[in-house]
Design a protein around this ligand. Structure first.
Ligand SMILES: [Zn+2]
Length: 563
């Protein structure tokens, strides 16, 4: 290559080198930031990504996109497989081939004539049928539907799924709207299996809702309708065979984790969930035709801000901390991804100074300009710091509690100071109409700049001090008369309700319950899963005292608890 050419080439190459280094060091202008955010949100909230439901192809496309962006920015990989950290969860069920119902040699068809219920265990049973009315045995109500049924041990019980007063949960038979209660009585009376029927057309048939984590009973349980139900109710049944085969479907979710390793003692975690509702099977507030829930604000906006904060930090020269950037999956299904991470961390959680969570930062109301910041009580450092943040006349509305309906809760429960940034709810929340064209980009830019400001102000090697907050109005079941004052572990698959967090001065704390305890009974009510826990809670009133049974280190412990 000619000498002159060589000099020229060298000159061009060194110019390119400098321009790269200097241009990446210069933070983006607000316009550049806005267009970057628009690219991320347009992509993540496009129909092609199908609403990014955890465990679906849409989630995969999104995690690929985020990984590519992390790579472009130069983040190092901090997942268990590159940037990815896989976790599994069960959702839905597949019905196997041995689901069957044969009555008096007539075979009925699955779904048309019968279907297994979520309370069912798997099994094939042949036996005689007995009818036990509504299957209610209740001293207080002076009612026993088993009276006069004779020897019913080791038979198949046919039970009405409703109640005599129209399945009203607040009515006289309220307790008996819970099918599990009827199943438990039937098991106690020797049932081999239970077939529910519903003779009252004003009452709804039991749903085969496989998304609700219900722990199965010990016998097959199915619902029969139409002609099958009629025969079981009215005809002489000489023989019956039923089979239930339910396979829980295991799905995989993927957190995407990038890292800026400055070799520092402490790490700052910056996170946002990138999953959303897919076609809205679960968690949608939309009642129309099945449709893609694009989730532009929830939470493509936070994910976009996450990527741009990674770009900013990488170029910023802030070296007093390491930075972990996390795009969580499974948030919409119960904080599954963040909950999994804190229990399977890829860095030492003790080294985490604090965690910032962006969930819905794309719909700041232009006239009000109020940014909600939750968690301001989780370290003494936040108060003064947040007061000093002034960006674009945005008003900061703080709430103290570290517990809330997003991923920062998982970190708060590990005694890590947190902040959750939230631009407020809107009519498109959890609907297909949460689209990109409604995003307030100047607002999202301001919020991202506020977070940059907070990162600058905490650019010191000191680890923030954690403080527990009063979480009373943020925990488990706000709608109920009473609560225990705990944060449930929504990822728990075992029997009972596992406690992830205990709030000070609330019934559970006063009774001496601890994180990790699994509640298995409340008063006389067995707690087998989230559903039966909520049902048990609704039975108690303020000031009432009862016994709570928990499993702690494989030991059963009983405590007095006062609501
Ligand atoms: Zn969200």
């Amino acid at each position: 290559m000619h000498f002159i050419n060589r000099i020229l080439l060298l000159f061009v190459f060194s110019f390119w080198l400098v321009s790269c280094s200097t241009s990446s060091k210069v933070p983006l202008t607000n316009d550049e930031l806005s267009s970057k955010l628009k690219t991320h949100i347009l992509t993540l909230a496009s129909d092609e990504f199908e609403g990014r439901e955890a465990g679906t192809e849409g989630e995969k496309k999104a995690s690929d996109y985020i990984s590519k962006e992390f790579k472009k920015i130069g983040l190092s990989k901090k997942g268990t497989d590159g940037y990815l950290q896989e976790f599994s969860f069960t959702e839905g069920a597949k019905l196997g081939s041995s689901n069957q119902l044969i009555v008096n040699v007539k075979r009925y068809s699955l779904n048309n004539d019968f279907y297994p219920l979520p309370y069912s265990s798997n099994g094939i049973i042949t036996g005689y049928v007995v009818r036990v009315g509504h299957g209610i045995v209740d001293e207080q109500l002076k009612r026993n539907d088993y009276l006069g049924t004779g020897n019913i041990n080791k038979k198949i019980f046919v039970i009405e799924s409703g109640t005599p007063d129209g399945n009203n949960p607040h009515g006289k038979f309220g307790e008996w709207t819970d099918l599990r209660k009827k199943i438990d009585v039937a098991i106690a009376k020797g049932a081999l299996a239970v077939i529910f029927i519903n003779s009252d057309s004003t009452q709804e048939n039991p749903k085969a809702d496989w998304n609700f984590r219900i722990s199965p009973s010990t016998i097959p349980v199915l619902f029969a309708k139409g002609e099958a139900a009629k025969v079981l109710k009215d005809s002489i049944v000489t023989n019956c065979t039923l089979g239930t085969e339910i396979e829980k479907v295991e799905k995989k979710g993927h957190n995407v984790i990038g890292y800026v390793d400055n070799g520092a003692a402490h790490t700052i975690v910056i996170g946002a969930h990138y999953d959303h509702l897919g076609y809205g099977d679960e968690g949608s507030l939309y009642r129309g035709e099945k449709a893609i829930h694009n989730g532009a604000d929830d939470n493509a906006s936070g994910t976009g801000a996450l990527i741009e904060l990674a770009r900013y930090v990488k170029a910023s020269g802030m070296k007093n901390n390491n930075y972990l950037f996390m795009a969580f999956s499974g948030e919409e299904k119960g904080l599954l991804g963040s909950n999994y991470f804190v229990k399977h961390p890829t860095i030492d959680l003790k080294s985490v100074s604090y965690m910032l969570n962006m969930d819905m930062v794309g719909r700041l109301k232009p006239d009000e300009k109020i940014l909600i910041i939750n968690g301001s009580g989780t370290t003494p450092r936040w108060k003064g710091l947040l007061d000093s943040v002034t960006v674009d006349n945005i008003k900061l509305k703080e709430t103290e509690s570290g517990v809330g309906p997003s991923d920062h809760t998982s970190f708060y429960l590990q005694d890590i100071p947190v902040l959750h940034f939230f631009s407020g709810t809107h009519p498109d929340y959890h609907k297909p109409s949460d689209d990109e064209d409604k995003i307030n980009y100047p607002g999202a830019v301001s919020i991202t700049n506020i977070i940059k400001n907070i990162l600058q102000k905490t650019d010191s090697p000191d680890k923030l001090v954690f403080s527990k907050t009063n979480d009373s109005n943020n925990e488990d079941a706000p709608k109920f008369k009473v609560t225990l004052g705990v944060v449930p572990d929504y990822a728990f698959e075992g029997e009972g309700m596992r406690i992830d967090g205990v709030t000070d001065d609330r019934p559970a704390a006063k009774a001496g319950l601890e994180p990790g305890d699994v509640v298995i009974q409340l008063g006389e009510h067995k707690v087998l899963d989230m559903m039966s826990y909520m049902k048990a809670l609704s039975k108690f009133s303020k000031g009432e005292t009862t016994k709570v049974k928990v499993i702690r280190n494989h030991q059963e412990i009983e405590k007095d608890i006062t609501f």
